[in-house]
Design a protein around this ligand. Structure first.
Ligand code: NDP
Length: 339
């Protein structure tokens, strides 16, 4: 069982070579009430940078020498529980490894094949699991966008952002996507149908943003934080709602590099609200989102982009850096084992 262990808490942008260690262990034996899962796809998520820090958060930090935390989809290959049988497909926080022995209640049965014929597991896992749920509830529940409103999305070409822009279009909003580079902006306009796509790296970004939001911003779904959040705060419409989904520009920032919002006083003048959320708090409502996603997928209204790293679990440390350098196109997954 090849595993990636977390061996050193980093400061700033981590070096995969000294943050992680590859180890080989025997495949674990499930105990009574447990199942052995063979992992198929491992999800790489920006949140894992936060889990490396020894700070107070919504989950405890990953311990030194622990298998790196990560959510995954896999197949039950041995079962000592009545709840699951060999061959079942399950999701859970199985970690950066090839096999995981877990309590059956920590492995959620997964039946996308029957609901979504023809949609590959990698895409179904993206849209019907954490990423899709984050986009759906972070936009619709936190900000309640109305038809005709201007919705701005940062990290718009990423896994979460690319779903958010499409949901906002389906709901009849005018959508402005912000992403790094011309290629991602072209993708947003030509493939995902946003009304305006802006490159935050361009020297004219602030002027371009003002020109693209003539009626100001009703809703902002923020994946990035830092300077982009500040720019958007400067152009809020009255009654604006901001969903703080993430702040990837800050995850590797040292204390000297960290940037907080300076324009937050516009929340007062514009009677606006800014709210953070954690997707897991919506767990008992995931079914609602799944139902709507399945409908949109069947109607051909939704595109799901996946960026699959094919070289097994050992490529996870290096591949994870793509998230922080903008190297991924859509949901970053590692293919750990065959489907
Ligand atoms: P993405 O697929 O969006 O990948 C991350 C992207 O962020 C990169 O491709 C890059 O795109 C962009 N990025 C990286 N560094 C910077 C920077 N310094 N400035 C601007 N953009 C940057 O990842 P996910 O969809 O998985 O995650 C998106 C966000 O959602 C993250 O902030 C994550 O923490 C958050 N999240 C929050 C959850 C919650 O419950 N609140 C749950 C899941 C995710 P580009 O090329 O455009 O720069």
């Amino acid at each position: 069982n090849t595993q990636i262990r977390f061996v050193k808490r980093p400061t700033g942008l981590y070096d995969p070579a000294d943050t992680f260690k590859v180890v080989k262990e025997p495949v674990p034996q499930p105990k009574d009430g447990q199942v052995l899962v063979r992992i198929i796809y491992l999800s790489l998520d920006p949140a894992m940078r936060g889990w490396m820090n020894d700070t107070r958060s919504y989950v405890p930090p990953v311990g030194i020498n622990d298998v790196m935390r990560g959510s995954a989809v896999g197949e039950v290959v041995e079962s000592k529980s009545d709840a699951l049988k060999v061959g079942d497909i399950v999701t859970g926080t199985f970690g950066w490894q090839e096999y995981a022995a877990v309590d059956a209640k920590q492995a959620t049965p997964w039946h996308p094949g029957s609901e979504l014929p023809g949609v590959p597991l990698s895409k179904a896992f993206t849209v019907l699991n954490m990423t899709g749920m984050t986009a759906y509830f972070g936009l619709l529940d936190v900000t309640d966008p109305q038809p005709g409103e201007t919705v701005v999305v940062s990290g718009a070409a990423g896994a979460t952002g690319s779903l958010v822009v499409q949901i906002a279009k389906i709901k009849g909003c005018r959508v402005v996507g912000i992403a790094g580079g011309e290629e991602k902006c072209r993708y947003l306009k030509e493939e995902l149908g946003v009304d305006a796509a802006l490159d935050y790296r361009s020297s004219t970004f602030k002027q371009d943003f003002a020109a693209a939001t003539p009626d100001y911003v009703n809703v902002f779904f923020d994946n990035v934080g830092g300077d982009i959040l500040d720019t958007v705060l400067g152009r809020l419409a009255k009654g604006a709602r901001i969903s703080i989904c993430g702040a990837i520009s800050q995850y590797n920032a040292t204390e000297a590099e960290a940037r907080g919002p300076r324009n937050y006083t516009s929340l007062i003048a514009q009677r606006a609200k800014m709210q953070g959320f954690i997707v897991f708090d919506y767990a008992d409502r995931y079914g609602e989102a799944a139902k709507e996603y399945i409908q949109w997928l069947k109607e051909g209204k939704l595109k799901v982009a996946v960026d699959i790293q094919e070289d097994g679990v050992t490529c996870a440390p290096e591949a994870s850096l793509k998230l922080f350098k903008g190297g991924n196109k859509g949901k970053l997954l590692v293919k750990v084992g065959s489907e």
